[in-house]
Design a protein around this ligand. Structure first.
Ligand code: NAD
Length: 246
């Protein structure tokens, strides 16, 4: 691991256009379960998978909210862990130019990352699915307490999270990230992603070199410097090593 860590730190130290790409695994140490970790991932429950779609939200909005709202409220309470902070640290010292995240938990911004593309949306507010007017999460919490889910806008439309559900178009940040990465990406530091969710994972192909920090194998491991283990331990080590080599 020491040799791989040194190799990864050297790559980060010499790459002038490097970006982080993160998935649910960067946030498990903040108490948010991912989708695909064996046993603990949310998709171990097939009912959840079939409900996380735009169709399910339209067809059964009350059921959709009863299942997912408590999760999102927990995401909103979560705090960044050492991996989020180290990614923000790498940006602060000029070794990362931004972070592309699949996560909706907002923890990169909370950790201090300045340039963040949230390609699957975020949970900072809700939005009416009819008139597009933004709404606060308080509206949903109130509806939950009153047993009156789904929350509704004053126009009568169902209010929904500003996130990308299965079967829906990507968030506008996806195109923004695509544009930037097409201009050149010498290195991508991938943290906590199975790289199995498309089109998000397709962004990895724009990088000239890859570092992967992940507990489980990914389809891109043979093209990367792989650091296997906990993101909350490894990414701070990486930051320390880059700082130490300056
Ligand atoms: P995924 O669940 O498919 O894969 C997560 C990967 O992270 C796994 O390969 C696992 O081995 C690894 N991992 C888990 N904990 C780790 C840790 N502490 N250190 C290192 N590696 C760890 O997640 P994905 O690739 O992001 O794709 C699934 C979708 O999950 C994304 O679209 C994302 O929107 C959504 N999601 C987001 C959140 C969130 O916002 N925090 C939570 C659950 C799911």
């Amino acid at each position: 691991m020491d040799r791989k860590l040194a190799e990864a730190a050297a790559l980060l130290s010499r790459s002038s256009r490097a970006y982080a790409f993160t998935g649910a695994g960067v946030s498990t140490e903040s108490g948010i379960p991912d989708f695909r970790s064996p046993g603990t991932g949310l998709w171990s429950n097939p009912k959840l998978l079939s409900l996380a779609t735009g169709d399910a939200l339209q067809r059964e909005p009350a059921r959709f909210y009863n299942v997912f709202l408590p999760q999102w409220l927990a995401y909103r309470q979560a705090v960044p862990n050492p991996a989020h902070k180290a990614i923000a640290g790498l940006e602060a010292i000029g070794r990362l130019s931004g972070v592309v995240t699949q996560n909706i938990d907002g923890l990169h911004r909370k950790a201090g990352s300045q340039v963040v593309w949230e390609v699957h949306g975020h949970l900072r507010h809700l939005v009416c699915s009819s008139c597009q007017r933004p709404a606060s999460f308080a509206v949903a919490e109130e509806a939950l307490q009153k047993g009156a889910l789904p929350p509704r806008c004053r126009c009568g439309g169902v209010v929904r999270p500003d996130v990308v559900l299965f079967g829906e178009a990507m968030a506008p940040d996806f195109d923004r990230a695509l544009t930037v990465l097409r201009q050149g990406c010498e290195l991508m530091l991938i943290v906590g992603s199975s790289l199995a969710v498309y089109p998000a994972a397709s962004l990895v192909r724009f990088a000239d070199a890859l570092i992967i920090v992940n507990r489980d194998p990914t389809p891109y491991d043979d093209q990367a410097v792989v650091l296997r283990g906990s993101a909350g331990e490894i990414v701070p080590e990486l930051l320390k090593s880059v700082v130490g080599s300056r």
